[in-house]
Design a protein around this ligand. Structure first.
Ligand SMILES: CC(C)(COP(=O)(O)OP(=O)(O)OC[C@H]1O[C@@H](n2cnc3c(N)ncnc32)[C@H](O)[C@@H]1OP(=O)(O)O)[C@@H](O)C(=O)NCCC(=O)NCCS
Length: 199
């Protein structure tokens, strides 16, 4: 197992080029608690249900604390943001938890409903995959409701294998081996999305 190499908030910034926008993926920090809660509250009921695998309206104080302390407990929170007419908007979030003992990182994400279908989800997964691999993980894994067609399609497009969940019939388990494969590193796809002034 590779030695875990955890990122700091300052090292956690990716600027990515999507077909219709430039987004920044950055660490969620303690000062972002209200922004994160606002993003969660702003999701439709269906999106919140898909993201949290059940009916919640908002995050608890403990969950906010857990997600906004990037790297604490090996849990990393990320925002995807974009600028619209001079204003910075949160358009998505992702979390991943690095389990050094097993080599598995678990992830979950959500994209603001108005931004669905614009590549933000794919960009967040690509960023998480690279970060988890850098932290020494060999597998990136997640869980989704079986009814979540959008996540299942995104996972399939991103190279995840879908399996029955061992404990819960309403869920699928998503898994992807993120070690180097056929000359590609886990960060190759992210590198190809990076913004450059020349692009
Ligand atoms: C699932 C989710 C993250 C997808 O994010 P997104 O930004 O809309 O997805 P993208 O635009 O990056 O889509 C990438 C690919 O995923 C697939 N996809 C995404 N949404 C889809 C949909 N509604 N139907 C079918 N395929 C879909 C497509 O293959 C798409 O590629 P394409 O645009 O070239 O066809 C988003 O729908 C969401 O936030 N849902 C609520 C929360 C949730 O379900 N979280 C998952 C729990 S872990």
């Amino acid at each position: 197992m590779a030695t875990a190499l955890f990122e700091t908030p300052a090292s956690a910034i990716d600027v990515l080029r999507l077909p219709a926008a430039r987004i920044t993926v950055r660490a969620i920090e303690p000062a972002d608690a209200a922004l994160l809660q606002g993003h969660v509250r702003g999701l439709t009921r269906a999106s919140r249900q898909n993201r949290f695998l059940g009916g919640i309206n908002e995050l608890t104080a403990a969950e906010l604390d857990r997600i906004t302390h990037h790297g604490a407990g090996n849990i990393f929170g990320l925002f995807a943001e974009t600028d619209v007419r001079g204003e910075t908007l949160v358009v998505g979030e992702a979390i991943y938890a690095v389990e050094a003992a097993t080599g598995i990182s678990e992830f979950a994400l959500s994209v603001a409903d108005a931004w669905h279908g614009r590549g933000v989800g794919q960009a967040l997964i690509t960023s998480v995959e690279c970060r988890a691999a850098r932290a020494g993980s060999l597998i990136l894994a997640g869980e989704t409701l079986r009814s979540n067609d959008a996540m299942l399609a995104l996972a399939a497009k991103s190279g995840f294998v879908t399996r029955r969940h061992p404990d819960e019939a309403r869920l699928w388990r998503l898994e992807k081996v993120i070690g180097a494969f056929q000359g590609m590193t886990p960060c190759s796809r992210l590198d190809s999305m990076r913004w450059s002034m020349a692009a």
